[in-house]
Design a protein around this ligand. Structure first.
Ligand code: HEC
Length: 146
C-alpha cells in the first residue's frame, strides 16, 4: 500500500517536472506587457539577423557559434551584449568554458529600438527573466565600449 502511494507520488513529480522543462521558455510566459511587446518584435528581428548563426533555439553551432541560451558570457554583462549586437565581435572568448574564435559581423543598420527589442527577446526567453531593455539603455551601452 505504502509503495503504491509512493510510486504514484513519484509519477506525479515526474509529470510536474516534465511540464516545468517547457515553462518559461517562450514569449507567452512574459508577464509584463511592454516587455512582451518588445520580445515579440525582437523575435522577428532575431529570426532575421541572428538565428542563421545562433539558431532559432539559441543553442549555437558546435564550436563555431557560441550559444545564447544558458550562456554565462551573455548573462554576465548586458551592456557588453548590446555592444556586440551592434558592432560584432572578434577574437577569442570563453562561453561556458568553451573557446570560440570566429568573427561575428556587425549590424550597423540596427537602430537602438531594434537592438532593444532583440535584447529584450534573448534576455526573456530560454529561461531568462531579465525584463525590459530600453532604447535608452542601448544608447548608453553603445556610447561606452566594454
Ligand atoms: C554570421 C554569424 C553570426 C550572426 C549572424 C550573429 N552572430 Fe552573434 N556571434 C557569432 C560568433 C562567431 C560569436 C563569437 C565571436 C568571437 O568568438 O569573438 C558571436 C557572439 C555573440 C555574443 C556573445 C557570446 C555569447 O554567446 O553570449 C552574443 C551576445 C551574440 N553573438 C548575439 C548575437 C545576436 C543577438 C545576433 C543578431 C543580432 C547575432 N549574434 C548575430 C556569430 C554570429
Amino acid at each position: 500500500m505504502k509503495s503504491a502511494v509512493g510510486s504514484l507520488l513519484f509519477l506525479f513529480m515526474l509529470s510536474c517536472n516534465g511540464g516545468d522543462d517547457n515553462k518559461n521558455e517562450g514569449i507567452s510566459n512574459i508577464k509584463d506587457l511592454k516587455t512582451r511587446q518588445y520580445a515579440i518584435q525582437g523575435q522577428q528581428l532575431y529570426l532575421q539577423y541572428c538565428s542563421n548563426c545562433h539558431q532559432e533555439d539559441g543553442t549555437g553551432l558546435n564550436r563555431l557559434i557560441p550559444p545564447l541560451k544558458n550562456a554565462d558570457y551573455m548573462l554576465v554583462d548586458v551592456n557588453r551584449s548590446l555592444y556586440i549586437i551592434k558592432n560584432g565581435l572578434n577574437g577569442s572568448i570563453l562561453v561556458n568554458n568553451v573557446e570560440y574564435n570566429q568573427p561575428m559581423p556587425e549590424n550597423s543598420k540596427l537602430s537602438p529600438i531594434e537592438i532593444a527589442q532583440i535584447a529584450t527577446y534573448i534576455y526573456n526567453v530560454w529561461g531568462n527573466e531579465y525584463g525590459l531593455i530600453t532604447p535608452e539603455k542601448v544608447k548608453e551601452a553603445l556610447s561606452t565600449a566594454p
